[in-house]
Design a protein around this ligand. Sequence first.
Ligand SMILES: Cc1ncc(COP(=O)(O)O)c(C=O)c1O
Length: 300
Amino acid sequence: MSTHPRESVDVSRDAGVTGPVDRPRRAWVEVDLGVVAANTRRLVQLARPARLMAVVKADGYGHGARAVARAALDAGAEALGVATTPEGVALRAAGIRAPILVLGIEGAAEPLEALVAADLTATVTTRAFAQRLADEAARQQRRVRVHLKVETGMGRLGVLPEEAPALARWIASVSSLELEGVYSHLATADEEDPSYLREQAYRFRAACEAIEAAGVAVPVRHLANTAGLLAAPELRYDMVRVGLGLYGYYPADHLRGRVALRPALRVMAAVAEVRRLPAGSGISYGRTHVLTRPSTVATR
Ligand SMILES: Cc1ncc(COP(=O)(O)O)c(C=O)c1O
């Protein structure tokens, strides 16, 4: 039996329906937090001995970040990943104390005060950003945990591998910064052909080795998202960053066999009318579906 409540969200408001708040609901989504917990437990087991970071950005992929974060942490996740500082601050305001990594980068004009004050862990990819972070942490007389993101083939955020050792060394030399992790992000782990995944994994390993050869310890290395964990569990390093899988989705059909996951979200609608229709009846605009046999049709 699930120990987690079902959360339901009324979506009829978003569909433009207005009316008294206590009107009967016409359509809503239900998120089963017990399913989130069960998915998390299975993924934690698969990731072991690596730790699992539950990625709850974009309001927990639309499932409700706070509720998903709590369910995933209770089920064995040890850290959370968000896209932005405000997402992390909202989780802190809800009383969540687990480590929270901000996966995105704050723009040059954005203040870093809240990130530091909320004890969030920052992603760093440039010396300029690391300097701003160090200054803000010193101003608040705090130490900020930092994960250095290395570009290995996603072509988005990340310091170039050849520049990573120098940046890591600089971060490690600054007393208001704590270099806790080094990570990268996989671009094609959901594809059946693993060659590019292998290339990225090779570059990541080389970057970690070069950082260590520069005399900087790297306590937490992480590379795999859900697809990476399912496709190549040997690339789990010290931590995996799992989003999709928590919510019960597979990144690709060929990865279904690795672990049994169930979708946590269901779209529900109250039925307005039920009738029998004969075979051959077309249903809705453009005859989206044509009945192959006499059927009972429910309309909302
Ligand atoms: C940097 C990073 N790591 C991990 C994830 C989780 O990916 P997935 O939902 O495919 O598991 C994301 C999601 O966007 C991400 O941006």
